[in-house]
Design a protein around this ligand. Structure first.
Ligand code: X5A
Ligand code: ZN
Length: 620
């Protein structure tokens, strides 16, 4: 099993810069790379990564995606003077050439491919490439939105060709729509493209109809393009998490990719002048953590946008820390998605219902209603200031967020390991008792815990006091528990895992994780007892996904004779790359209905459950 995290960075890519004044392009500065790298050094993350050198991508590699005309134009700019550079740049929407741009763009392509090679060859498990210029707006025949060559798209084609991959997932969490990537793969079912983006009902750049949720792909690629448009600014951590739980992750598990590429723009983070969103750096730890559960951990993160230097560099560090396997910081902010986010989530689920088995029983009968309602929604958060005023406030806004992050990061960062995984094997046999703690916790510390999430699998007699809000119990068993009615702090989830494959992912993503994130435990306890209704895969998935909570403090009590189960759980607790969980089968209608009833019952109290605006109550 591969381990280690690659970091690809070459200072040379800071030489690409804007030579004239252009208010659209002047945010794409070399310091974006250097300050991210400096911050990685400050956190001692560089020394923990495997350094992988960049190289120039070859012409042949660039031609995997781009036309020879495009390549020739780019090549010809190397010897141009400023006036000529300016003229060629003017042929594109938001792009600038520097005499070294072509060289840097080839390095950006090559750096990305080096990362793919390092991961696919098993040299490392995952990694990040810090590159400029970015890639996701770049199209077969055109530069666009600061991008010359589409690094991630070339990487996907390269991985298909060189390693024979048949399923690649591209996750584009940049705040802009990677329309370039969409165009390149829209007819290709082997590349599943997911993008969320600031959209504001087509008002926001690049203002395309095809960035909306209706664009699901074409021909054979129908169903393999997922657009989640944000119609308001100010989206928060909970909105991004809701998008993962209710849209991306279930699709990704059903798709079952062999490699995951991230178009990793951090302009979706707080303080960014382009995105105007409110997600804080630690959300990227969670997003990265979830993606690590796919493709046997084969995850390549490639930098795209991100224009608030402090926000960008802190978010890059969060991503790399998570790739390295550090504990995940507790997420901040109110754990409830906003109405506009829920509406977008509902729309994309409805648009994709014909193409994904897990959405087969999605209720879309009320959507007619919704489209009229959506016109009543405000277009964006009211911006009170005039243009001139906002230019002034923007400067102080940047500084304000910088100060906020300076404080905030000292709160979310806890001591780097010692991470402990303790095992006790009592009575010399079948009982494994394993503790995984971020730091040593003595009894007093345990007492000080405010919230404990208990997940019980199988037949259990001891049910903790359900009136105590210090404990939230989710009991997963085959049969309805007599005499135990569900309440806010005691939830009975009757689920018998499919014998053919793993259908539990649907319940974990659609129910258990949203409840757990809404609750925000300080400690997670998972107990497995006799007569468990879940197989090893289901239980492993539960452990893997819940480890992102409670600063990765998780406590396992397993009473089972099956050594394979214990081995699998122990591996996950030790942070080993997640095993392949087997075939994912969609849930039956009966199970979907069961989930729906539970969601309706609990979404008012555990608000991350919401994925429909029909009867939910969400944040505003
Ligand atoms: C990579 C990226 C943004 C272009 C914005 C142009 N591009 N208005 O974030
Ligand atoms: Zn962007």
């Amino acid at each position: 099993m591969a381990s280690g995290t690659a970091l690809v960075y070459d200072e040379e890519m800071t030489t690409h810069k804007l030579l004239w004044s252009d208010p659209v392009c002047d945010i794409e500065v070399p310091e974006r790379l250097s300050s991210s790298y400096e911050q990685l050094k400050r956190y001692h993350l560089v020394e923990r990564c495997v350094h992988v050198p960049a190289r120039e991508g070859s012409e042949e590699e660039i031609l995997l995606v781009h036309s020879s005309e495009h390549l020739e134009v780019a090549k010809s700019t190397q010897t141009m003077n400023e006036e000529e550079l300016k003229r060629v740049s003017g042929n594109y929407d938001a792009f600038f050439f520097h005499p070294n741009t072509y060289h840097c763009a080839r390095l950006a392509v090559g750096a990305t491919l080096q990362l793919v090679d390092a991961v696919m060859s098993g040299k490392v498990c995952n990694g990040m490439a810090l590159v400029r210029p970015p890639g996701h707006h770049s199209q077969r025949n055109a530069a666009n939105g600061f991008c010359l060559f589409n690094n991630v798209a070339i990487a996907a084609e390269y991985a298909k060709l060189k390693y024979g991959l048949q399923r690649i997932l591209v996750v584009d969490w940049d705040v802009h729509h990677g329309q370039g990537t969409q165009y390149i793969f829209e007819e290709d079912p082997s590349v599943l493209y997911f993008s969320w983006h600031r959209y504001e009902h087509q008002e926001f750049w690049p203002s395309l109809k095809e960035s909306d949720y209706h664009a699901v792909g074409l021909g054979k690629g129908t169903g393999f393009n997922i657009n989640l448009p944000w119609n308001k600014i100010g989206m928060e951590n909970s909105d991004y998490l809701a998008a993962f739980f209710h849209v991306l992750l279930p699709m990704a598990f059903e798709f079952d990719p062999q490699l995951v590429l991230v178009s990793s723009g951090y302009d979706s983070g707080i303080g960014d002048p382009e995105g105007q969103m409110n997600a804080t750096p630690e959300v990227f730890a969670h997003l990265t953590y979830f993606l690590k559960q796919l493709a046997n951990g084969k995850l390549c993160v490639i930098l795209e946008g991100g224009y608030h230097l402090k926000s960008l560099s802190e978010s890059v560090c969060m991503t790399v820390k998570t790739l390295l396997g550090d504990p995940i910081p507790q997420i901040t902010g109110e754990m409830a998605p906003c109405l506009s986010a829920v509406e977008s989530i509902q729309n994309v689920r409805a648009a994709h219902k014909p193409y994904w088995k897990w959405l087969m029983y999605e209720d879309t009968s009320f959507l007619q209603n919704l489209s009229t309602k959506s016109h009543l929604l405000k277009k964006a958060n009211p911006s009170s200031s005039t243009e001139h005023e906002s230019q002034i406030t923007n400067i102080s806004e940047t500084a304000r967020v910088e100060r906020f992050l300076e404080r905030h990061m000292t709160n979310v960062l806890f001591p780097v390991p010692p991470i402990k995984t303790a095992t006790t094997d009592s009575k010399g046999s079948t009982y494994l008792h394993s503790v995984h703690l971020v730091k040593e916790m003595d009894k007093t510390e345990l007492k000080a815990l405010v919230r404990v999430l208990c997940i019980f699998v199988g037949d259990m007699q001891i049910i903790p006091n359900t009136e105590d809000r210090k404990i939230l119990t989710i009991h997963i068993c085959e049969k309805e528990q007599t005499g135990k009615s569900s309440s806010k702090h005691y939830i009975s989830l009757n689920w018998k895992e499919d014998a053919e494959g793993n259908d539990f992912f649907f319940a974990v993503l659609g129910f258990i994780l949203p409840v757990a994130y809404s609750y925000q435990p300080n400690l997670t306890v998972i107990a497995v007892g006799p007569n468990r209704s879940l197989g090893i895969n289901g239980i492993s998935l539960l452990f893997a996904l819940l480890q992102g909570l409670a600063e990765s403090r998780i406590f396992a009590v397993i009473e089972d004779k099956d050594i394979n189960l214990m081995q699998s759980v122990a591996k996950i607790l030790l942070g080993a790359s997640t095993p392949h969980f087997g075939v994912y089968v969609p849930p039956t209608q009966e199970k979907v209905n069961k989930m729906k009833i539970l969601r309706d019952q609990f979404q008012k109290e555990w608000k991350m459950l919401q994925c429909s605006v029909k009867d939910g109550i969400s944040r505003h």
